[in-house]
Design a protein around this ligand. Sequence first.
Ligand code: 5GP
Length: 204
Amino acid sequence: MDRKGLLLVLSGPSGAGKGTICESFMKKNKDVRLSVSTTTRKMRTGEVDGISYNFISKDEFEKSLKEDGFLEHVHVFGNYYGTPKSVVEENINKGINVLLEIEIVGAMQIKEEYPDAVLIFVLPPTICELEKRIVKRGTETDDQIKDRLSRALSEIRKIDEYSYFIINKDVDEAVDYMESIIKAEKSNVKRYSQQIINLYQEEK
Ligand code: 5GP
């Protein structure tokens, strides 16, 4: 049976550990493509252009936006972030699962456009732990940390929009959950019912 790839959206507050989960998940799941987002934010130490993000200028981003180049986009923390449309659509049409690691506003845009997308919310064990993680990262100023924490609380209030949640206490455990979610979605009757009926009718 030909199945379109799943559009997996891993979302949740900044600092909840989405990036770490994604990295670990991608090492184990080579058949899934991680979508590389485009951003106007400055590159952090250790980040690589084209791998961590596609780093572009504000003008370039706005040009691409006008040309309908993004599946979703958002302007947060003073910068643009967006998911390039063509790469994601090409892979999904080829039956390849694609993983997006994005914040909640973008996730809601995806939900609207692609109701079949699988929305997963990553939670930190506690808000205190979230603060510790952002502080430890050492890449944000005090005001930026405050901004990220207050945004985190308002994001958590919208968890009802998601299908699954993962509490990120342990990365390996979080990755296990993601793999289970994918397996469950691959056997979701609602997603594939018409294809199944067609397949068995054709055989007869
Ligand atoms: P950071 O600046 O820490 O890399 O990312 C800030 C937030 O933007 C994170 O929550 C991250 O998941 C989110 N983000 C990264 N890329 C995208 C994207 O393409 N679209 C949306 N909507 N959010 C993104």
